[in-house]
Design a protein around this ligand. Structure first.
Ligand code: WT7
Length: 647
């Protein structure tokens, strides 16, 4: 199959898009001529209680470091996402909630959203939450997750949403890192017909998070949960006692909006901090431009609110634009493989945004489950989270979109707050597998190992040479780590951790992480996290974890494990270790392969040579490269021999 096909915007798109070719060129020209004017336009879409006069104050120089956008402006994110829409579209649906059970769905208008968010904000205040306090949200995909985020924003509290698939241990670590004194959870979550014991997980987490004083428990299934007197409260009972109006705090543009933990190549997950004005402006502007969002359209992003995609493109971006955003509790293959397409038909979804791993999983099941549905409402498709292979792209385009819908392959990160590289559907010629071009205002560079920028076509490390409003501002409680992680590798530049190729047309092709971060089904995981979970097991002496290409997940998790002296490897222990990691981190970290390793390849200074372990995991044992620096080259032969013995 030829992969050098390209797809110019369909005629109707080229003619009618919000950002057509002309508008795109105007934006690029405006940014080049008068950057402040361009950024004023981006941020001008928000309602500012006090308009900003300063646009940008940025230096990536470590001796004089600062990132500030619109800093003398004041605004409130929940007002921008709710109140300002009430006059014109109070009765329009803000959130369509589609339950795990196809018979369960609800529509929440902007007016209803306002009442619900105000109530939750008042409950938080009554329970002692003040401006600047951190609130941890551990909820399934129910409207209360959005209410909770917006309620925090309303009173100036900083939310930290923890994905409900994370283990009690992971939850405890995230609660402690930001000193949350209040946690919002649900009795249970429901996904794919299965119950997830969220309140029980919180109880377990709190054994190791002594700072938590209050737990609010939203009723999802109504199952009996144990409530600790004085600490745990049923949310609905609390909400019944407060008013459904709550004044909004005027926040500085640079005041924190939320913390979101994400994995890095070393150590524990980092608390990525986003601020109010720049983040919201960028989420809203990109949501409109990339998805060509028009009032009244139904838009569906399948992410979970526990990830940044859910923050920016289920909640903040769409609601700031007055959109109708669909929130789906379930999974793509339950109760049938047609589930996504049935939801699209049921709610007449026009824009659908999902991850390559979901597309690949559905592609494996053939075209019939798609063909059974209409999908006539669809006009645009999106992809996010990992590189999309051209086969999956072409299937998405042909089978799901019936050649009619452009695909926007959007590259970004938790750290970037919003999309940075993406086609604009009315202006960009698409190439399957390429995220194409940076958005206007986004300054990319590809650099070689020494930090020298590459000109023209070539491959290198992807950096940003200047700021954009949605950029993270710091790592919570660890500004040094922020500077170290992102700004010290290539001085003066933000380093993304991704490798990237630029072709002769100037289009970008992300090749994946160049650090020790894994991308498993679009979820980010540090190899170090999985390793530390493994070595916490009483029988494990040492572990090294690498990624390997996986047909559906993109990357799988390959673990080399050295047992303590006297311990016997075998299938029972293998299963025990897999379960152990799932319990320590969560099901997203489930190891795909455990290989017993009597020794690991190390340099004479004791550093594990992951390059070699990656090659063995990929099965590319003929090209192990230079092994002469190893302390004991025999270790490698042994690992290769064992790998061959495995099925
Ligand atoms: C990493 C960021 C962006 C929100 C979801 C993930 C990879 C993301 C793409 C894409 C190729 C992509 C990168 C990036 N990634 N989108 N369209 N093409 N790779 O956010 O968990 O912070 O992960 O996901 O490797 O660095 P995240």
């Amino acid at each position: 199959m030829s992969h050098d096909q390209s797809f110019p915007p369909p005629a109707a798109w080229a003619r009618d898009a919000l950002v057509d070719r002309r508008r795109y060129e105007d934006l690029v020209a405006l940014e080049a001529r008068d950057p402040d004017a361009f950024w004023r336009e981006v941020a001008g879409r928000l309602d500012w209680e006090t308009p900003f006069t300063k646009v940008k104050d940025v230096s990536f120089d470590l001796t004089d470091f600062r990132i500030r956008w619109f800093e003398d402006g004041r605004l409130n994110a929940s007002v921008n996402c709710i109140d300002r829409h009430l006059a014109a579209r109070g009765d329009q649906t803000a959130i369509i909630w589609e339950g795990d059970d196809p018979a369960a769905s609800r529509r929440i208008t902007y007016r209803e959203l306002h009442r619900q968010v105000c109530r939750m904000a008042n409950v938080l205040k009554r329970r002692g939450v003040r401006r600047g306090d951190r609130v941890t949200i551990y909820l399934p995909m129910i409207p209360e997750a959005a209410y909770a985020m917006l309620a925090c924003a309303r009173i100036g509290a900083i939310h930290s949403v923890v994905f409900a698939g994370f283990s009690p241990d992971s939850l405890a670590g995230r609660i402690n890192d930001c000193d949350s004194r209040l946690v919002i959870t649900a009795d249970e979550g429901v996904r794919g017909g299965k119950r997830v014991p969220l309140k029980a997980n919180v109880d377990e987490a709190l054994e190791h998070a002594p700072g938590v004083e209050t737990v609010l428990v939203v009723t999802r299934t109504g199952v009996a949960t144990s409530l600790k007197a004085g600490r745990d409260f049923v949310y609905e009972a609390e909400a019944a006692e407060v008013a459904d109006d709550c004044p909004a705090e005027a926040m500085g543009a640079e005041d924190p909006l939320f913390i979101l933990y994400t994995s890095g190549s070393t150590g524990r997950p980092k608390g990525v901090l986003h601020t109010t004005g720049g983040y919201l402006a960028w989420a809203a502007w990109t949501h409109e431009a990339v998805f060509d969002y028009r009032p009244g359209q139904v838009y569906w992003c399948t992410a979970d609110v526990g990830w940044v995609t859910g923050h920016s493109y289920i909640v903040y971006g769409p609601l700031a634009n007055g959109a109708t955003t669909l929130m789906f509790e379930g999974v793509p293959n339950y109760p049938s493989l047609s589930r996504c397409w049935q939801v699209i038909d049921k709610h007449q979804v026009e824009i659908f945004y999902t991850a390559p791993t979901a597309i690949r999983a559905l592609m494996r099941e053939g075209e019939a489950p798609v063909a059974r549905t209409s999908r006539r409402s669809l006009r645009l498709l999106g992809s996010v989270g990992e590189p999309i292979n051209p086969e999956a792209w072409l299937w998405y385009h042909r089978v799901v979109g019936e050649h009619r819908c452009p695909i926007v392959d959007t590259w970004w990160q938790t750290e970037t707050g919003g999309i940075l590289i993406s086609p604009l559907p009315g202006a960009t010629t698409l190439k399957p597998g390429s995220a194409t071009r940076p958005l206007p205002g986004v300054k990319l560079a590809l650099v070689d190992a020494d930090g020298r920028p590459l000109e023209g076509a070539g491959e290198g490390n992807l950096c940003l040479t200047d700021s954009w409003p949605g950029q993270m501002r710091t790592v919570w409680n660890d500004h040094e780590r922020f500077l170290q992680t992102y700004f010290s590798t290539y001085p003066g530049k933000y380093f993304t951790g991704d490798g990237c190729r630029r072709d002769a047309d100037g289009d970008y092709w992300i090749t994946g992480r160049v650090d020790d971060v894994l991308n498993v089904s679009g979820h980010r995981l540090g190899t170090a996290e999985v390793e530390s979970a493994l070595v916490a097991h009483p029988k494990v002496a040492e572990a090294a974890v690498v990624g390997f290409p996986h047909e559906v997940k993109g990357q799988g998790i390959y673990c080399y494990v050295t047992l303590k002296a006297g311990e016997q490897p075998g299938p029972a222990l293998e299963k025990a270790l897999v379960d152990w990691v799932r319990r320590e981190i969560g099901p997203i970290a489930t190891p795909d392969v455990i290989q017993w390793a009597p020794g690991l390849p190390k340099t004479r200074s004791g550093k594990i040579m992951r390059r070699i372990l990656r090659k063995i995991a990929e099965g590319d044992t003929a090209n192990l490269g230079d092994t002469s620096t190893l302390a004991d080259p025999g270790v490698v032969d042994d690992l290769v021999a064992r790998k061959r013995l495995e099925p």
